[in-house]
Design a protein around this ligand. Structure first.
Ligand code: AMP
Length: 191
């Protein structure tokens, strides 16, 4: 049983490491960005509401995002825990998440922050843009997403450190190197 939040700038490799963590612990990796993108691809109402924000690199409003996550956390596959990738993204969302979990009688076990410097993540995202063709991986939008991260999401590290939940790993290097660091950081949480 492990309930974990993955934190880190866009391009830090969260998605790749999230898949490994989810497999190791047998829990679903829940990516709010992925949920939005698949809804946009299917043309659902949720997708339509999120689209303009995502294309500009802005956060989708809490009135859309918070209920979506609450509904997802109520699904049966989270019975053994979950990993959240890309949520919460602000102290406001973190407080809403904390309240939602408290109502369910549960709490987070850890918040894992993957740190990476700005030039590293910009270079990685430009490479990813060629492969994945995401609508928000153009240079201007990438830079804007990093500003949003620094101003709105980064303060979460302090928020969770104050709650004694924060674990940090250096996101430089290969996927396997970062994965080794993550496994060491999560060692004490293993079921
Ligand atoms: P990601 O795949 O995590 O990089 O997310 C892609 C985009 O989806 C972000 O730039 C936001 O526009 C939107 N998004 C993802 N997660 C959230 C969230 N927790 N709150 C608001 N917007 C989000």
């Amino acid at each position: 049983m492990i309930r974990i939040v993955l934190l880190g700038p866009p391009g830090a490799g969260k998605g790749t490491q999230a898949a490994r963590i989810a497999e190791k612990f047998g829990i679903p990796a829940i990516s709010t960005g992925e949920i939005f993108r698949s809804n946009m691809a299917e043309g659902t109402e949720l997708g339509l509401r999120a689209k303009a924000y995502i294309e500009k690199g802005e956060l989708v409003p809490d009135t859309v995002t918070n209920p979506m996550v609450a509904a997802r956390l109520g699904a049966p596959d989270t019975a053994n825990g979950f990993l959240l990738d890309g949520y919460p993204r602000s102290v406001g969302q973190a407080k809403v998440l904390g309240q939602a979990l408290a109502k369910m009688g549960i709490a987070l076990d850890a918040v894992l922050e993957i740190t990476a410097d700005e030039e590293t993540v910009v270079a990685r995202m430009k490479k990813r843009a060629e492969l994945e063709k995401r609508p928000d991986d153009t240079e201007d939008v990438i830079r804007h997403r990093l500003v949003v991260y620094r101003e709105t999401t980064e303060p979460l590290a302090t928020y969770y450190a104050d709650n004694d939940l924060l674990l940090q790993v250096n996101g430089d290097g290969t996927v396997d190197e970062v994965w080794e660091r993550i496994q060491t950081a999560l060692q004490d949480l293993q079921a």
